[in-house]
Design a protein around this ligand. Structure first.
Ligand code: UTP
Length: 289
């Protein structure tokens, strides 16, 4: 099983971050000094992925610009002896990276966004999907690498799972596990944004998916689901016997929400050599208020 392509949907409106996202894509918001979208590309690149397929909107041209070479800036930084900074803007995604941009038109839901990649994926090909607003901090293998390993050993499509607090569960697609062995669950159902009382478990599907090309046969763009959106969970449900769930190792930050985004900045800031001492003492100071 060779996984060479990742689909990254970035065509959403990002309304929870207005007014910041009026003219800046949510996916371009930085955590410390790097836009969310770059974390997504670097995660996939580390897992051996070389083709990045963005499902985008014409208002989000800054994302394309971010991945283009800027030789003027690069040369200027080099002339000024700032090699370290210059290296941060060169070959993002690796020297073999190929970027493809597909317009979604209207944001009709995640299922619809993923279906826009249909022509870019070959028959029977396996591919990864990353939602860039879910940001992870891991110690060893990153979440994409972990899931590719699981798919190889189980030969199934994989949903990343996280145990979610009761009051948050209605924001997620929630799986119904039939059996759980360590971090891997077999599944016989998935419900999009259930009320807490109806949730089949506390295990939610979060923003990483490993699909086979056959998923496109299960996305029904003519029949929107919950909240009038074409939900990827409906497509997954119609092919559920070919999926397993995997509880990843690491920390997840929901950077689509303001609190998750702020927590990510603190956690990544504390992990940054230049910032950690000052940030830690600022947090200490605030603790005493
Ligand atoms: P969200 O569900 O967080 O939606 O999308 P959103 O529109 O970005 O944000 P809010 O809820 O209005 O604040 C998760 C990911 O899926 C993409 C988004 O760009 C984001 O990266 N997406 C969502 C699409 O590309 N198209 C869609 O139709 C919906």
């Amino acid at each position: 099983m060779l996984i060479k392509k990742v689909v990254i949907p970035v065509a959403g409106l990002g309304t929870r971050f207005l007014p910041a996202t009026k003219s800046t894509p949510k996916e371009m918001l930085p955590v410390v000094d790097k836009p969310l979208i770059q974390y997504a590309v670097e995660e996939a690149s580390k897992a051996g992925i070389e083709e990045f397929i963005f499902i985008t909107h014409h208002s989000k041209s800054s994302i394309k610009k971010h991945f283009e070479e800027d030789s003027d800036l690069f040369n200027k930084l080099m002339e000024d002896g700032k090699e370290d900074l210059a290296s941060t803007i060169k070959n993002i995604g690796g020297s073999e990276a190929k970027f493809t941009y597909i317009e979604q038109g209207e944001p009709k839901g995640l299922g619809h966004a993923i279906s826009c990649a249909k022509d870019a994926i070959d028959e029977d090909e396996w591919f990864f999907v990353i939602l860039p607003d879910d940001l992870f901090m891991t110690k060893g293998a990153n979440v994409t690498e972990q899931m590719i390993d699981i798919a190889k050993s189980e030969n199934r499509q994989v949903l990343a799972l996280q145990k979610i607090e009761n009051e948050e569960i209605s924001k997620y697609g929630v799986i119904s596990p039939t059996s759980t062995n360590g971090k891997i669950s077999t599944i016989d159902g998935i419900v999009e944004k259930p009320d807490y009382a109806d949730a089949p478990s506390n295990l939610a599907s979060i923003g990483r998916y490993l699909f086979k090309q056959t998923i496109f046969n299960h996305i029904d763009n003519d029949n929107p689901g919950k909240n009038g959106e074409v939900q990827i969970t409906d497509a997954i449900l119609s092919d559920i016997e070919n999926f397993i769930g995997y509880e990843f190792d690491g920390l997840r930050f929901d950077c689509g929400s303001k609190s998750g985004y702020l927590k990510a900045n603190i956690e990544f800031g504390l992990a940054d050599e230049e910032l950690s001492v000052e940030l830690r003492s600022f947090i200490e100071e605030k603790k005493n208020l």
